[in-house]
Design a protein around this ligand. Sequence first.
Ligand code: URA
Length: 295
Amino acid sequence: MTESVEALRNYVHFLHEHDGVRQVRLTRTAQQGLQRLAAAVKALPESIPNKGGPDNLLSGRAQRAGGSREISTSSAPSVNEPPLEISGSSKVEQLRHLAERASVCVKCPHLAARRHNVVFGVGNPDAKLMFVGEAPGEDEDLKGEPFVGRAGQLLTKMILAMGLTREQVYIGNIVKCRPDVPEGTAGNRKPTKQEMETCVPYLRAQIEVIKPSAMVALGATAVEGLFGPVGTIGSLRGKFLEYRGIPLMPTYHPSYLLRNQSNTEKRKVWEDLLKIMEQLEMPISEKQRNFFLRT
Ligand code: URA
């Protein structure tokens, strides 16, 4: 055991504890190794099944639903993969074990090589409401917490407008590492189908532990990560879907609202959140009902 911990020191720096989870950073040796591995994997011919190798549980490809509104989770990405083992005697412990596992995950070597933090998730393990986003951006990667950049600040305002706090809900993403962009390039990119398939078992395990009473999927990628390519967010938003028996409301991603700041678009998202509040039997004031009604 001591030997394996010693060997690990060549590959990871232990940094600090965050929310009871030990954060680690890969050493340069490990990053270079992973970059070589990623390049070798990329060079493999397409016809070789399961390009990610034995650690990449991508065998059994998921069945995908067409554009139907009757969405079942059997259309979800990587649904045939074995679920992650959940261990621990309390929700806090179970989430900590999953977060520890994610913190050393290198199933996407190109993401593991570039990340500063694995952004596992944040919030209340007993949350009634869970928000699901796409993937961390630069701010989240640096802080190790989801939704802390501009879009995150807007999400926090939306949560407060519902009469809740970030500490009362749970916030997670489909993909836990920042999708890499070329060095020196600003902005973010959508995670690939393969990155989503590889990572979504962590989110699925988080949902299984937390057992929220309702969920909000923020944007098309969040919906796609859970259900597969089932439709545009414009056509899906405003109507409840069901994810493993849990009512799930798709709505626009807060970054969409940052780009489209009209009251009409804000009202659409707000109406989706009002439906969630009704679903959770939360009190709704007259003032809340009327938010963003004036155009
Ligand atoms: N956008 C997301 O989808 N998730 C984050 O954590 C941050 C921005």
